[in-house]
Design a protein around this ligand. Structure first.
Ligand code: NAP
Length: 243
């Protein structure tokens, strides 16, 4: 059984990724910070389809909590069990123009996306490297490629996530580990609720927001053996919004 850890798996894109990777045959570790009931629902949906799932709650921005949870998981599983697929998906936004941005808005967004990547990936990578196989997917954003006004914090975090994706891909390529980023445009989830969808849609060539399931299918391809020669890439999924 191959294990896939999806951070922020309780809702939105992460939820769809958990359900898809379970269909693909992975045992799913559903990470979340606070939405326990939502995470339980994801686990139940996977089990109802005959899949395997465990809850693995921790706050990715908290290094100690993250390492403790991952060590506890390893201690309760066999010595050959390891996380073969890591989807660094947990993220948040807290928009404001830079002139009026508060310190907490800057740090919370960077800590969740960028520090979160570091806190989770380093311990997981140690075992992947020993096994000479692995897939790491980092959920970036169009905002990290293009920059969006009101999102200096989010653009900085996602831009840095893209840069570290490329650097790490080179470090671990000879271990048969691929590292890629996905850059979604506007995807209909809690994160985009409250945005002016009607007016934003007019700027999207396909004229609609994407779905979490569409992103999940891309993750499914990138973690499969069909993508074994793709690494260090940033793949946009945005209805033509920016390429
Ligand atoms: P969402 O619906 O708001 O879900 C966010 C998920 O991240 C939740 O499961 C949440 O868990 C988890 N999370 C947040 N902070 C966390 C932390 N510190 N530790 C652990 N888990 C944490 O967001 P989404 O739209 O699915 O976005 C998923 C990813 O795609 C994010 O990285 C986001 O930046 C990126 N993205 C989204 C869009 C979009 O249009 N939706 C576009 C581009 C990129 P709890 O609920 O338990 O806190």
């Amino acid at each position: 059984m191959k294990y896939a850890l999806v951070t922020g798996g309780s809702r939105g894109i992460g939820r769809a990724v958990c359900l898809q990777l379970a269909k693909d045959g992975f045992a799913i570790l559903i990470n979340y910070r606070s939405a326990e009931q939502k995470a339980i629902e994801v686990k139940q949906l996977i089990e109802a389809e005959g899949g395997v799932a465990e809850l693995l709650p921790f706050d990715v921005s908290d290094k100690e909590a993250t390492h403790t949870a991952l060590e506890a998981w390893a201690a309760t599983h066999g010595k050959d069990d390891y996380i073969d697929v890591l989807v660094n998906n947990a993220g948040m936004r807290s928009d404001a123009v830079l002139l009026f941005m508060e310190d907490a808005q800057w740090h919370n967004v960077i800590n969740t996306t960028l520090d979160g990547f570091y806190h989770v990936t380093q311990p997981v990578l140690k075992r992947m490297a020993r096994k000479h196989h692995g897939r790491i997917i980092n959920m970036a954003s169009v905002s990290g490629i293009k920059g969006l006004p009101g999102q200096c914090n989010y653009s900085a975090a996602k831009g840095a996530l893209i840069a570290t994706t490329k650097a790490l891909a080179l470090e671990v390529a000879n271990r048969n580990i691929t590292v890629n980023a996905i850059a979604p445009g506007f995807i209909a989830t809690d994160m985009t609720e409250g945005l002016d969808e009607e007016s934003l849609k007019q700027g999207i060539p396909m004229g609609r927001f994407g779905s979490a399931e569409e992103v999940a299918h891309l993750v499914s391809f990138l973690v499969s053996e069909h993508s074994s020669y793709i690494t260090g890439e940033v793949i946009s999924i945005n209805g033509g919004l920016y390429t």
